[in-house]
Design a protein around this ligand. Structure first.
Ligand code: FAD
Length: 298
C-alpha cells in the first residue's frame, strides 16, 4: 500500500525502523536470523511498514535492498528502504529506484544523507544531487513510488535557522513527498511546535513522530551528539542516577517512551515511527501499554 493511502486511515499508523547488520560481519546470516526473530515479535502490532536504513556505497547498499526484499517475501511485511544521495550519480540513482520498484516495493524514504566520514560538509556528487528535495523530484518523475522524507523538530544541525529548515522541508513536500518522518525527540513540545509551524507554512502532509525507547546510555549519548537532539533535564538526571544499573536504565527508557507516546496519541498524531534499534523488547513493552485502539475510541 502506498504511504498516502496508509495515512488516510483514521487509526494511528505504527511503523518501525531497522538497520541492516554490517555487510562484512562474519556472522551476517546469524544476525539477519536474529533480526527476523525480533521483527516477528513486533509484527503482532500490524506495522504498516518497516523502514530499512541505508549506508552509502558498495556492499552495504546492496545489502539494504537484499534485506528489504527478504522482509517482503519471508515476513510478508511491507518494507520501505531509505535511500541517500551520498556518492551516487543520477544514472546510479535511476538504476537503484527502478530496481526497488521492480521488486514490488511501494515506498521509499528519500534523504540527502550525512557527509561521508572525513568530510565536514556534504559535497554534491558528480552528476548527483545536493539536497533531498532534488532526489524527491527525481524519484517522482521516474517512478510511482510513495515518498517519505525526514523532518527535524529540533532543526537540522546544518540549517541556517529554524525558518530556513522549514522552507527546505516545504521544498521536499512540494517536490512530491507524501509524509514526513521526524528525527527522534524526547520532548514532545518540540514536535507540537514544529507541526504547528509546518502547517502554517503550508506543509499539509502527515508529520509522523519518531520515538526511541532508550535502553542504553552510551548509545543515546552517541546519537544525541550526532543529531543535536536534546534530552530533558529530568530524564538526564534519572539516567545519570542509574548509570551503573543497565536494567533500571531500560525500565526508565520504556516508561519515558510510554508517557511520550501516550501524550502524542492523545493529540491525534498520524502514527508513531518507532526506532527499536533492531531489538524488540523495549518497543514491545511500550506498545503493550498503548492499547492503540482504545486510545482511538476515547
Ligand atoms: P535535506 O533535506 O537535503 O537537508 C539537509 C540540510 O540542507 C538541512 O540543513 C536543510 O535545511 C538544508 N537544505 C535542504 N534543502 C535545501 C535547498 N534546496 N537549499 C539550501 N539548503 C537546503 N542517514 C543515512 O545515511 N541513512 C539513513 O538511512 C538515514 N535515515 C534517516 C531517517 C530519518 C527519519 C531521519 C530524520 C534521518 C535519517 N538519516 C539517515 C540522516 C540524514 O541523512 C541526515 O540528517 C542528513 O544530514 C540530512 O538529510 P535530509 O534528507 O534531511 O537532507
Amino acid at each position: 500500500m502506498k504511504l498516502k493511502e496508509i495515512y488516510s486511515s483514521n487509526s494511528p499508523v505504527i511503523s518501525f525502523e531497522i538497520f541492516p547488520p554490517k555487510a562484512d560481519a562474519q556472522n551476517y546470516n546469524d544476525k539477519i536470523n536474529a533480526l527476523f526473530g525480533e521483527l516477528k515479535i513486533l509484527s503482532k502490532y500490524n506495522p504498516a511498514f518497516i523502514s530499512v536504513t541505508y549506508g552509502a556505497g558498495g556492499s552495504t547498499r546492496d545489502k539494504t535492498l537484499e534485506l528489504v526484499i527478504k522482509i517482503k517475501n519471508e515476513l510478508k511485511l511491507q518494507p520501505t528502504p531509505h535511500f541517500t544521495c551520498v556518492g551516487a550519480s543520477k544514472t546510479e540513482i535511476l538504476e537503484y529506484i527502478k530496481e526497488v520498484e521492480n521488486a514490488g516495493i511501494e515506498n521509499i524514504l528519500a534523504l540527502r544523507g550525512d557527509p561521508p566520514k572525513g568530510q565536514d560538509y556534504f559535497v554534491k556528487p558528480k552528476d548527483g544531487f545536493g539536497y533531498a528535495n532534488e532526489l524527491v523530484e527525481f524519484i517522482k518523475a521516474n517512478t510511482n513510488l510513495g515518498i517519505a522524507v525526514a523532518g527535524y523538530p529540533e532543526v537540522h544541525p546544518e540549517a541556517e535557522s529554524a525558518k530556513d529548515d522549514l522552507i527546505n522541508l516545504k521544498r521536499k513536500v512540494d517536490a512530491g513527498a507524501d509524509i514526513v518522518i521526524t528525527q527522534v525527540f524526547f520532548d514532545n513540545s518540540y514536535y507540537f511546535e514544529f507541526v504547528e509551524k509546518a502547517q502554517k507554512a503550508g506543509i499539509n502532509v502527515p508529520i509522523v513522530p519518531g520515538i526511541l525507547p532508550i535502553t542504553n546510555i552510551a548509545q543515546i549519548e552517541r546519537m544525541v551528539a550526532m543529531s543535536g537532539t536534546k534530552i530533558p533535564e529530568n530524564l538526564t538526571n534519572s539516567l545519570k542516577k542509574f548509570e551503573n544499573y543497565p536494567d533500571a536504565v531500560k525500565k526508565l527508557g520504556i516508561e519515558f517512551a510510554i508517557i511520550q507516546s501516550k501524550e502524542l496519541l492523545k493529540n491525534d498524531v498520524p502514527g508513531i515511527h518507532f526506532y527499536p534499534l533492531n531489538k524488540s523488547f523495549a518497543t514491545d513493552s511500550v506498545l503493550k501499554e498503548l492499547n492503540i485502539n482504545s486510545v482511538l475510541e476515547n
